[in-house]
Write a protein that binds this ligand. Structure first.
Ligand SMILES: O=C(O)CCC(=O)C(=O)O
Length: 280
């Protein structure tokens, strides 16, 4: 059911939610059924400390460069990022061995098999650090709301690098809405695309300790609250799409039809992780 006050994205017609027809290898049938129903799964303790430490080491270094860049911008801001509030360190796989190895971590590739299918590419990766100096919410959105893709579902793995709590801005998800496909989003300057205004009934905060992963569909509405603690909340977001997924271009905001479609297979940062069900 559509949440009150929302409508579908104009290119979201004839959508049917489906998961791949595979026997799960990494999650249980019950967990897969929960993902199918709710659009998300919390997986505490999925990663060992060594994996987390390697990622944090590299991502901290890359994030410091991003933060220094932001600090040199007018108002410390660039697009939706702001020094002291929230930083986005894009495509760490291009500059970090730990990130590149992580994209092929057996646990993640197993999730890809169970929740995307037998042929999967890395689609996007970014570290998101929420800083305590300027507490700020991240609005309710679907990841497919940022770039419309076909098929509309891909998998987002929100990896907790520090404990994520309500107080420091853990994700909140809205279950079951993924089944409607992509919703219409509105640009909220300067914080990002938004599909739901205010806090919807049924929203679930998902606290997760460092080393845990929240796996959700790119169609699952989610938001994060302000970080009101003294520490930085660190997450690494890794997204995986079915091989052949296309990014759709066009001015949907003004009633336009799709004008073009782009493949999502840049060999440097959108590489294969699974082919015919076998890790690459
Ligand atoms: O980690 C966060 O605070 C929000 C990030 C997010 O939802 C996203 O990048 O899509």
């Amino acid at each position: 059911m559509l949440p009150p006050g929302t409508t579908r994205h104009p290119w979201n017609d004839r959508f049917t939610w489906t998961l791949p027809d595979v026997e799960p290898t990494t999650i249980t049938p019950q967990q897969r059924a929960a993902f199918d129903r709710d659009g998300y799964l919390a997986l505490p303790g999925l990663l060992d400390q060594q994996t987390v430490d390697a990622l944090v080491g590299d991502l901290d270094r890359l994030e410091a460069q991003v933060d220094a860049f932001l600090a040199g911008q007018e108002d410390g801001r660039f697009d939706i990022a702001e020094s002291g509030a929230i930083t986005f360190t894009l495509h760490a796989v291009l500059r970090s061995d730990a990130a590149r190895n992580f994209a092929r971590h057996p646990a993640l590739v197993g999730l890809c098999h169970d929740l995307v299918g037998p042929d999967v590419n890395l689609y996007w990766d970014q570290a998101v650090y929420k800083k305590p100096e300027k507490p700020r919410r991240f609005p309710w959105h679907q990841d497919t709301g940022y770039t419309f893709v076909e098929p509309q579902h891909y998998l987002t793995c929100w990896v907790a690098l520090t404990d994520a709590t309500v107080d420091n801005g853990c994700p909140r998800v809205l279950p079951q809405v993924h089944r409607e496909g992509t919703l219409l989003h509105e640009w909220i300057d300067p914080i990002g695309w938004q599909c739901i205004d205010g806090d919807p009934d049924g929203a679930v905060p998902v606290e997760i300790p460092a080393g845990g992963v929240i796996a959700f569909s790119s169609l699952t509405p989610h938001s994060t609250g302000p970080n009101t603690t003294d520490g930085v909340r660190k997450a690494y977001i890794v997204q995986f799409g079915a091989d052949g997924m296309l990014a759709v271009d066009g001015d949907w905001e003004h009633g336009g039809e799709p004008t073009g479609r782009r493949t999502c297979d840049d060999p440097q940062r959108q590489f294969p992780v699974l082919r015919d069900g076998v890790p690459v």
